[in-house]
Write a protein that binds this ligand. Structure first.
Ligand SMILES: Nc1nc2c(c(=O)[nH]1)N[C@H]1C(S)=C(S)[C@@H](COP(=O)(O)OP(=O)(O)OC[C@H]3O[C@@H](n4cnc5c(N)ncnc54)[C@H](O)[C@@H]3O)O[C@H]1N2
Ligand code: MOO
Length: 418
């Protein structure tokens, strides 16, 4: 396939060539944000024992079933237990146990009444005191039962679940300290261009700093992948061929920038074609028409355009989805919202425009979207100031303020359905 295809076709084509990677065992403290590659079970009941949810008095609810404000029921406090203590004695009729939050419920108690509604009749409320209850309580009140969250052996996190911070805590309580998670793809980033110098150099005549490799590495990182920035490659077929061939053997995914169009020094298409299978050469979008994709040595190779905004949009709209799929994420579509334009958009180009834009809330609560003034394909700055890509449909468009467009949210996870 070497014709211009739609973004949807391009995404489908690339996604069809990638699958979740193998899994690796990740220490619990490093697993947040990763996808579980196996069902994970608890080794104990969670909670391990029935315990008090309040500081108060543990008793049998039946003891105070007849309590009223006018005729409170008095009980003797026979012991005090805090979290970590275990009371293994008996509670006789007319008795209760002073209990702290988290302490195991005594075998003879079935409920807990919190301090605030218990009157101390004699003593200080500690063992030896007498306390009075002015109302009944339900059996099980203020008790967190054993196994409330999970039973020993029960699956607590399923394969495919994204492990969040709470999940890390849950797994800690379940004794799961090493978590099988889908591996993060190692992504080789190769900038091509004889004009490029590393950013720590001041460019000479005709030269520019290689900013794409840095942005693409950051995009890969944001997608959960592990970027490796390889040396800049000069604009020759042989240099790019050798670099892509080597990278495709050593990494899970190869991203190049530049040399993706039809200029005299644009070599990614012939390189992929010679080394492997060339599957895509251009996408009906702006910025980012010149996008090459294929397989080399079985590894996905994606040739992004050199123009910084074009490279960014290609990564965000296509590569990111592939890298997430490789990590086992089930959702690969960024959330979108419809928003009213605050300014006119005039477009002659037939390609779908992804306008670097800022989404805000209007006074009436509706979303509004303001396109960045400079939509040049050559600039990162307007994207840095934006938070969405407003999708302006294919074909010439004369959109007015108030017209609604679809906006792809850049800072919101694919896991959030909007
Ligand atoms: N005759 C035509 N010329 C161009 C077309 C076209 O349809 N017909 N399309 C234009 C569009 S749109 C784009 S996008 C670019 C894509 O071309 P390349 O992928 O071959 O990009 P380069 O020519 O290598 O570079 C374009 C531009 O970006 C700068 N660049 C490249 N690499 C980096 C980097 N690592 N960091 C920062 N900037 C980079 C480069 O210096 C150029 O200014 O083609 C248009 N031409
Ligand atoms: O790919 Mo170019 O705009 O489409 O920058």
């Amino acid at each position: 396939m070497t014709d211009m295809i739609s973004l949807e076709e391009a995404r489908a084509l690339v996604l069809a060539q990638v699958a979740p990677l193998d899994s690796e065992v990740v220490p619990l403290l490093e697993v947040v944000g990763r996808v579980a590659a196996a069902d994970l079970a608890s080794d104990i009941d969670i909670a391990p024992f029935a315990h008090s949810a309040m500081d108060g008095f543990a008793l049998r609810a039946a003891e105070i079933a007849g309590a009223t404000e006018d005729a409170p029921t008095q009980l003797k406090v026979i012991a005090e237990i805090g979290a970590g203590d275990v009371f293994s004695g008996a509670i006789a009729p007319g008795e209760c146990v002073r209990i702290m939050t988290g302490a195991p419920l005594p075998d003879d108690a079935d409920s807990v009444v919190k301090y605030e509604i218990v009157a101390v009749v004699e003593g200080d409320g500690k063992p030896g005191s007498t306390v009075a209850f002015a109302a009944p309580t339900a059996e099980g009140s203020n008790v967190r039962p054993a196994g409330e969250e999970a039973r020993a052996g029960e699956v607590v996190v399923e394969r495919g679940e994204v492990i969040g911070a709470a999940g890390v805590g849950f797994l800690a309580s379940c004794g799961v300290l090493e978590v099988p998670a889908y591996r993060r793809p190692r992504v080789a980033i190769i900038a091509t261009g004889s004009e490029l110098v590393p950013p720590d150099q001041v460019p000479g005549p005709g030269q520019i700093r290689n900013s794409n490799s840095y942005a693409m590495a950051a995009c890969a990182q944001e997608a959960g992948a592990v970027p490796v920035v390889l040396p800049i490659v000069a604009d020759t077929f042989e240099a790019l061929r050798d670099a892509v061939d080597a990278a495709s053997r050593a990494y899970d995914f190869v991203v190049t920038t530049g040399g993706a169009a039809n200029g005299d020094f644009d070599f990614i298409k012939p390189v992929v074609d010679e080394l492997g299978d060339l599957l895509m050469t251009s996408v009906n979008m702006r910025p980012g028409k010149a996008q090459t994709f294929g397989l080399v040595n079985g590894t996905p190779v994606f040739g992004l355009p050199g123009n910084p905004a074009a490279a960014y949009c290609g990564f965000e709209l296509i590569i990111r989805a592939a890298l997430r799929k490789m990590q086992g994420f089930a959702h690969v579509d960024r959330p979108t919202v419809r928003a009213r334009l605050t300014a006119p958009v005039r477009k002659k180009d037939v390609r779908r425009l992804f306008s670097r834009s800022t989404l805000t809330r209007a006074a009436d609560g509706a979303f509004e979207v303001t396109p960045a003034k400079n939509q040049s394909s050559g600039l990162f700055g307007p994207i840095q100031k934006s938070n969405c890509l407003a999708s302006i449909p294919e074909g010439p468009q004369m959109l007015e303020p108030g017209d609604e467009v679809e906006c792809i949210l850049l800072d919101v996870s694919e896991e959030v359905p909007l």
